[in-house]
Design a protein around this ligand. Structure first.
Ligand code: MSS
Length: 363
C-alpha cells in the first residue's frame, strides 16, 4: 500500500512526519514517534474514521452543540454549555483501535494494516456520564446498555443501520464513562470527535463515539451493523455475529519504541509503553533474546491512573550482534501478555508479545 504524501484537509493540523497515512480515514503514529513521555501529543495521535469526518464546520458554536439523553427517568436534550455547569473531571486513558496490531496476522486480516501505532494515551476532560444521569433522575428500569450515536450526516439511499456509527457498551461502564469536550487541555478537535465525545476508558476505540448526538440507556444492544456483526471476535473464515465477543474491554499490552533497527554498541536505554487495558498495568519485563531471558523494566514518569499507559525503560549494555527485543506486561489482576496472538478473522485484540518485538542490529 502506498503512503499518501499529504494529510487530508480535516487532519492537516497533524504532524505528517510522525504519522503513517494509510488512507484519508486512517493514520497511525510511527513507532519511533511515540517517545518516552506519559501523554501522546494530539498532533501525533492516530486517526480512524469509519465514515468521512464531518469537518470543523460542526464546531463553529461548540457550546450550542446538543446531545439527547434517553432511557433515563427524565430524558432531555442538553447543550455543552449546560453540561459544563454540571461537573468536570479529567481522565488519562489509552485510546486504541480494536485492530491495532492487525498487520502481524499472517492470514491477511482485512482492514487497515495497523502496526503498533493505532493507539495513544491522552487526557480527556468533560463531565462524568454518571453525574449527568443522576441529574436526570437516574437510569430508567430494565436498561442494560449505554448506546451512543455518532453525529455524522448519513448519505441518502443507504440503510442507516448498515453505516451509522452507533455502539452499545454494558451499563456497568457508567462508572467510568465521561462526555468529553477537551483533548490534552484544548477544545476537542473535530478530527477526534469534537465538539463532544463519549469516552469509555479501558474500552477499545470504536466504543468512544465521536461527535456524539444521542446517548440512550437501552435494554438491548443497538441493531446497527457496527454492533451486531462488526467488531466481533471470531475464528478465521467465520462471519461476524451477535453471539461472538464484542470488542469492549481492552487487554494488557506493551511494545518497545526505541532503539529500533540499528544502533552502535555500548550502553543504551530501551524504551517502550505498557498498559493494562481495562485495569492498571502492574509491571513490565524486557527480553533481549526473543523471550529466553527476562529483566524487570522500570516505569518512567508519573502514574496517571489505571487507564493510562506507562512509559518504561531498561538500561542495557549492548555488545555487537543481533538482538530480538520484546516486552511483556502484567496487569494488576496478574494477567500477562501471551506469547502468541489469538488468530481471528479481522485481526482484533492482538496483545501477543512475540509479534510486537523488534529486531535490533548492534554494530
Ligand atoms: N465515532 C464516530 N462517530 N465515527 C467513527 O468513524 N470510529 C471509531 C471511534 N469512534 C468512529 C467513532 C473507531 S473504530 C476508532 S478506533 C476511534 O473512533 C478512533 O478515534 P480517533 O480519535 O483516534 O480517530 Mo477502531 O476500534
Amino acid at each position: 500500500s502506498q503512503t499518501p504524501a499529504t494529510l487530508p484537509d480535516y487532519a492537516a493540523w497533524k504532524s505528517l512526519s510522525d504519522l503513517i497515512v494509510h488512507s484519508a480515514n486512517t493514520m497511525e503514529t510511527r513507532r519511533d514517534a511515540i517517545g518516552s513521555g506519559v501523554l501522546t501529543p494530539s498532533d501525533k495521535l492516530f486517526v480512524r474514521n469509519n465514515l468521512p469526518s464531518p469537518g470543523e464546520a460542526i464546531a463553529t458554536d461548540r457550546d450550542a452543540w446538543t446531545v439527547n439523553i434517553e432511557g433515563v427517568k427524565n430524558p432531555r436534550a442538553l447543550t455543552i454549555a449546560e453540561l459544563k455547569t454540571m461537573g468536570v473531571e479529567t481522565v488519562a486513558a489509552v485510546l486504541q483501535c480494536s485492530g491495532n496490531g492487525r498487520a502481524f496476522f499472517p492470514h491477511g486480516a482485512s482492514g487497515t494494516q495497523w502496526s503498533v501505532g493505532a493507539a495513544g494515551c491522552v487526557l480527556w476532560t468533560g463531565v462524568p456520564l454518571r453525574t449527568v444521569v443522576d441529574a436526570l433522575g437516574g437510569v430508567a428500569d430494565g436498561m442494560n446498555y449505554i448506546t451512543s450515536t455518532g453525529g455524522e450526516e448519513l448519505p441518502e439511499g443507504i440503510d442507516p443501520k448498515t453505516i451509522r456509527v452507533e455502539r452499545s457498551v454494558p451499563v456497568a461502564a457508567l462508572d467510568r464513562a465521561i462526555l468529553a469536550w477537551e483533548l490534552n487541555d484544548d477544545p476537542l478537535p473535530v478530527t477526534h470527535g469534537g465538539p463532544l465525545r463519549m469516552v469509555v476508558p479501558g474500552y477499545y476505540g470504536v466504543n468512544n463515539v465521536k461527535y456524539v448526538r444521542h446517548i440512550a440507556f437501552t435494554p438491548n444492544q443497538t441493531d446497527t451493523k457496527i454492533q451486531v456483526s462488526g467488531y466481533r471476535l471470531r475464528d478465521i473464515g467465520v462471519k461476524g455475529a451477535s453471539d461472538q465477543p464484542s470488542m469492549w474491554e481492552m487487554n494488557v499490552k506493551s511494545w518497545v519504541t526505541s532503539p529500533l533497527e540499528q544502533t552502535p554498541q555500548g550502553r543504551h536505554m530501551i524504551y517502550g509503553v505498557a498498559f493494562g487495558g481495562s485495569r492498571a498495568v502492574a509491571s513490565v519485563e524486557v527480553s533481549l533474546d526473543g523471550g529466553g531471558n527476562w529483566q524487570q523494566a522500570r516505569f518512567l514518569g508519573p502514574d496517571l491512573g489505571p487507564f493510562a499507559w506507562r512509559p518504561f525503560v531498561l538500561a542495557a549494555n549492548l555488545a555487537p550482534g543481533d538482538y530480538r527485543v520484546v516486552s511483556r506486561a502484567t496487569d494488576s489482576d496478574g494477567n500477562s501478555q501471551p506469547e502468541n496472538r489469538t488468530e481471528n478473522e479481522r485481526g482484533y485484540g492482538h496483545n501477543g508479545w512475540k509479534d510486537h518485538g523488534v529486531t535490533l542490529k548492534v554494530t
